[in-house]
Design a protein around this ligand. Structure first.
Ligand SMILES: [Zn+2]
Length: 572
């Protein structure tokens, strides 16, 4: 009897563990954050530039009401120039945080509170953490309106569900927030990589797939021939829901070799801090050409945790002459399936055995490396790369009045860089008065240079943390930002707002600052909102500037301290 009781106990315990591990997130049901039909222009885990998409994008229009998905309270309010623009964070008793981004407006009581904080802190940008008693909400309460503020192109709500404790993003569809979906995902392309013994990619090629009906896909060739002993594959796949022809992200991918699962992933959750490993999950060089693949093998430096089986590499080993059948299964969250079957076969005798690469420096992904040559110093920390890098380097002396160093060609932009590395460049002779106005410029072919800013080291090199490979040199920026009147007059009686357009000669990257500004009326700070997509700086008249004659001053400063000051009088 006692033995049976123990067994029962263990059975119950393991059932509980199973539930808590896999189903705890599905136990809670949330209301959707909008009413009426929901169209998704983005899904959870979707591949985006340098990050996985952390939530759902729900189509506008601007002004569409947004509602609390559950009881809770406003735990955080973020107002920023880029990113989510205006965002609300709600904490819920279930242990989740919901996030609502790109809002056009908050509801009145929140808006009043935010504006008071902006005047107190003299800053348009805010990041406020709030007490539970400040703004409690009930499920279904109106909290704001859809917009396109911040880094948003087209009106939509960026909506997230997070684990409150870790702030790791979770798939909102697991909480019942979904749309009708009877369409299968589709598989557009397959890519095959030959790998060396450390898992580094040696070469790759792509195949356009053909649809054979009922979600079954195939390659034009029945057999994909390879020379080496180890290969990896990648799949380009998308999904659509019933009510919108948007190319959204897939939910999961599974790769089976002879009936056993060699590699799979599903977008249920990921660690917030790991999102940049997206650049290892996809094929970065392909993505630069706007071609987005999910690799079904792990680059050696990819530290994402959502691949199964745990520690799986997804590499397929082949003996000479061996053929291996591989099955792919791609799913959307609703369970619609697309499949693909391919045969990979290793030649009996390799056509070419040696993958000779011409390179100047070899940088192992799992060690730190230093390049120093008297003219340049680059220190790469460990885990800067996802695989061993064979770096081409040379130095070109360009004769230009604007360039104050040789141009260092440090590899190519198609190689992803995970962490910032320290770059120091020796200048040519720089006149003393211009020393504060030079910067480390990143110059991609055919694009205008970007500024990484920089500061001087004690031994006279300009240094900045940078996060890309490519061409670097020292350039000069002694140009003031441009400030143009968009809407401003001496007599603004009856006007609802005034605005300026602000632009600069350099775009910035890394730790360099975007344009900073300060506006004052009669010596007092006033709120000007910055819509950086449209270079617009605007003030909406309210009861802060009273009727009468006023003195207006606007200062706009770039990363190198070049400043433009506009002074005007006006009547309100
Ligand atoms: Zn979004």
């Amino acid at each position: 009897m006692e033995k049976r009781f123990v067994w029962f106990g263990i059975g119950l315990l393991s059932l509980c563990l199973f539930l808590s591990k896999t189903d705890s997130e599905a136990v809670v049901d949330f209301d959707p954050p909008v009413r009426g039909q929901m169209q998704l222009t983005g899904t959870f885990g979707e591949l985006r530039g340098n990050h996985f998409h952390a939530g759902l994008d729900i189509r506008g229009p601007v002004g569409r009401p947004v509602y609390a998905i559950a009881d809770g309270y406003v735990s955080r309010i973020v107002t920023q120039i880029a990113g989510y623009g205006q965002a609300l964070y709600l904490d819920h008793p279930s242990g989740h945080t919901s996030v609502y981004g790109h809002l056009d407006r908050y509801t009145e009581d929140i808006a009043v509170y935010v504006k008071r904080q902006q005047y107190d802190q003299e800053s348009f940008e805010l990041d406020l953490e709030l007490e539970p008693t400040r703004f409690p909400v009930n499920k279904g309460d109106l909290i704001g309106y859809i917009g396109q503020r911040g880094y948003a192109f087209g009106p939509h709500l960026h909506f997230e569900v997070r684990d409150q404790e870790t702030q790791d993003p979770l798939n909102p569809m697991a909480f019942g927030i979904s749309v009708p979906d009877n369409r299968r995902p589709f598989i557009n392309e397959l890519r095959i990589y030959e790998l060396d013994e450390r898992g580094n990619v040696q070469n790759a090629r792509s195949y356009t797939t053909g649809h054979r009906g009922r979600g079954r896909y195939a390659c034009p060739q029945d057999t994909l021939w390879v020379d080496g002993p180890s290969v990896g594959l990648a799949v380009k796949a998308y999904d659509q829901q019933d009510n919108l022809n948007n190319w959204n992200g897939i939910y999961s991918l599974q790769m089976q070799v002879e009936d056993s699962t060699l590699y799979q992933f599903a977008f249920n959750r990921y660690a917030h801090d790991d999102t940049r490993y997206l650049n290892a999950h996809l094929d970065y060089a392909e993505q630069e050409q706007n071609s987005w693949f999910h690799r079904s093998f792990r680059l050696p430096g990819n530290q994402l945790q959502f691949y199964e089986p745990e520690r799986a590499t997804g590499r397929i080993s082949l003996a000479p002459g061996q053929a291996v059948p591989i099955n792919f299964q791609v799913l959307d969250f609703a369970g619609n399936v697309a499949t693909m079957r391919v045969m990979v076969k290793r030649r009996q005798a390799a056509r070419q055995q040696v993958y000779a690469k011409a390179y100047t420096y070899q940088l192992p992904y799992d060690e730190s490396s230093l390049i120093e040559n008297g003219s340049l110093r680059a220190h790469f920390p460990e885990d800067c790369f996802y695989e061993d890098i064979y770096l081409d380097y040379d130095l070109v002396d360009e004769q230009s009045d604007e360039i104050y160093s040789p141009v260092h060609r440090l590899g190519h932009s198609s190689i992803p860089v995970h962490r910032y590395f320290d770059l120091q460049i020796h200048p040519k002779a720089i006149p003393e008065e211009l020393r504060d106005k030079v910067l480390i410029a990143y110059c991609e072919d055919g694009r205008s240079p970007r500024s990484y800013g920089g500061e001087w080291t004690r031994d006279g090199r300009l240094r900045a943390p940078v996060r890309a490979l490519g061409n670097y040199c020292i350039m000069l920026d002694d140009e003031k930002p441009r400030v143009e009147v968009e809407r401003f007059a001496e007599d603004m009686r009856g006007w609802s707002e005034f605005s300026f357009l602000i632009t600069d000669n350099y775009r910035v990257s890394g730790k360099a600052h975007d344009l900073r500004y300060r506006a004052e009326v009669d010596g007092q700070w006033i709120l000007m909102e910055y819509d950086y997509k449209n270079d617009r700086l605007f003030h909406r008249f309210d009861n802060i500037i009273l009727p009468g004659r006023h003195q207006f001053v606007l200062r706009v400063k770039d990363d190198r301290g070049n400043e433009t000051v506009v002074e005007r009088e006006f009547i309100r």
